[in-house]
Design a protein around this ligand. Structure first.
Ligand code: FAD
Length: 506
């Protein structure tokens, strides 16, 4: 039986344990993979990571979790969109990036139609009912009709601490071994693979495959194997967050919003994530432009007088990714493998991608390690580039000039070369489905390779991955990127009002 040892029991560690157990060990048959997890009793989890993307449903389903039970256990609520406020100008304007959009067949001309219209209806409202449903605080599916599926795509907001606890109880009840110990030493085999880890209890845990889920510490992939970290702070300048929670018994805003709010502030942006009993509010900011004390004051001013006595904590982070997520017989999943700031809630997504990739490319023998690592590293690193560009776009399309931070993030040197190439291309034509068809198969055309991270203009389009043309259009047109050569505002072309497609359909 192949032995997998996961070091670290945060969301990444427990998601990996639950997913591998569900994907590799047939329920009802003897397990083929022995999964163990070591978690430090002293080092707390980071315990942010409360907003997710719809791929989380795949993880829950493969692990064998029941949605209602999970939602109860993790204080989860539905998330259908991110509502961006004050990103274009500091004027209370907003737009939605929802998960569902009405698919226009056989050819999607909605972007071009909107660009050629008078643009009096926000783009997203012409193609999706979800912004309106979100602003009405409705759910993506009907009570009592859970078995009928949901007409609208959704993810969850949840308490990250409770989520990890729930996955722990679920996984240990299904055969995953759990040790509360601190890893103190790592022993290597002669061939450069990890042999075992030693803990402060004097125990030695041997395994065939090690998964590093030790968070920013990166105890195995970084400290032991010395795999370097690529820094992306040149393109994403935020490096810390002031985080606090506001229980509803102290302040209840009147409804539980089925979306995440991301409000641009003076030197970054604030998330507002509703759970069942409280909201999480975090001000992600750049320490180059605002001190932690000033950021905390701005956090309190943003939240309002009821936040006067709420405790906050400061979390520092370093945006980037490991040069290799998988080295030898060790794969880093979660923060140990890298982190892109949480604007589009991609932290847990990257953990779930790591778990899915490991299950799909599971090395049943050591001979398989190199080939599986090559493929998984390529997919994961391309996904980081994709996320980097997508988040970068939110900043550089802003037209805010009211603070030094907003002036800085719009400078050309703050935009990745890949994103610049995409913008040039999408000035000529709106994004469309085939722009995202290039796969990153070895030797495949259009792959973004790791030659010059963030600076490789060979591919103006992305590998097929997390986002498609619909997601890019949501942000680009939400931020009024109007592709000047395509539809200059000064042309005499007749401007029509675009009717929301969903209303036309009804
Ligand atoms: P951690 O939670 O830090 O867990 C590390 C684990 O390793 C702990 O159990 C610790 O005890 C253990 N450990 C460490 N050293 C040792 C050792 N020597 N021996 C044994 N055990 C050890 N993601 C989202 O999806 N949505 C969001 O909205 C979001 N917001 C975020 C906001 C901020 C400011 C930050 C920084 C991150 C955010 N993330 C978000 C990312 C998300 O928090 C993480 O991806 C997720 O929590 C996974 O963390 P982790 O398990 O890798 O690390």
């Amino acid at each position: 039986m192949r032995r997998v040892l996961i070091v670290g029991g945060g969301s990444a560690g427990w998601m990996t344990a639950a997913y591998l157990n569900g994907a590799l060990n047939d329920r009802g048959n003897a397990p083929t993979v022995k999964i163990s997890l070591i978690e430090s009793p002293d080092i707390p989890r980071i315990s942010v990571g409360e907003a997710t993307v719809p791929s989380i449903q795949h993880v829950l389903s493969v692990a064998g979790l029941d949605e209602t039970e999970f939602m109860k256990a993790a204080d989860a609520t539905f998330k259908q969109s991110i509502r961006y406020q004050n990103w274009l100008h500091n004027d209370q304007s907003f737009y939605h990036h929802p998960f569902s959009r009405y698919r226009i067949q056989p050819i999607d001309r909605t972007g071009r139609a909107w660009l050629n219209s008078d643009r009096s209806v926000p783009f997203m409202e012409t193609v999706s009912a979800q912004p309106v449903i979100c602003d009405m605080a409705r759910a993506p599916k009907m009570l009592g009709r859970w078995d009928m599926g949901a007409p609208l795509a959704y993810a969850y907001h949840m308490n990250a601490q409770k989520f990890a606890d729930y996955l722990r109880d679920f996984s240990t009840a299904r055969g995953v071994s759990h040790y509360l110990e601190n890893v103190t030493d790592v022993e290597m085999r002669e061939n450069g693979l990890i042999k075992s880890v030693r803990t402060d209890r004097g125990n030695v845990h041997e395994a065939d495959i090690f998964v590093d889920c030790t968070g920013f510490r990166a105890r195995l992939i970084g400290e032991t194997l010395g795999v370097g970290y690529e820094d992306y702070s040149r393109w994403l300048m935020c490096d810390q967050a002031v985080v606090g929670r506001i229980p509803y018994d102290q302040f209840y805003p009147g409804l539980i919003r089925p979306y995440t709010t991301a409000t641009a502030l003076s030197s970054g942006w604030a998330w507002d994530i509703p759970m069942q009993d409280q909201r999480s509010v975090g001000y992600v900011h750049s320490s180059h432009f605002i001190s932690a004390e000033e950021a905390e004051r701005e956090w309190r001013a943003y939240e309002g007088p009821h936040a006067k006595d709420i405790e906050t904590r400061l979390i520092k982070f370093h945006v980037g990714q490991r040069q290799k997520a998988w080295q030898g017989n060790c794969l880093a999943i979660g923060l140990a493998g890298g982190f892109i700031e949480p604007l589009e809630s991609t932290g847990l997504y990257l953990s779930d991608l790591g778990a899915v990739m490991l299950a799909e490319h599971f090395p049943y023998t050591d001979d398989m390690l190199e080939a599986m690592a090559f493929r998984v590293n390529r997919v994961i690193s391309n996904r980081y580039f994709e996320i980097l560009d997508f988040i970068n776009m939110h900043y550089c399309l802003s037209r805010r000039t009211d603070t030094a931070f907003w002036q800085e993030v719009q400078k050309p040197e703050r935009i990745t070369d890949r994103l610049k190439a995409k913008f040039e291309y999408w000035k000529l034509k709106p994004p469309s489905a085939s722009d995202f068809q290039d796969q990153s198969f070895p030797g495949g055309a259009g792959q973004i390779d790791r030659v010059v991270p963030g600076c490789d203009p060979r591919s103006p389009v992305d590998t097929a991955g997390l986002w498609n043309h619909e997601s890019y259009e949501a942000i680009m047109y939400g931020m009024h990127f109007c592709g000047e050569p395509l539809a200059p505002p000064s042309t005499d072309a007749p401007k029509t009002r675009v009717m929301p497609a969903i209303i036309e359909r009804l």
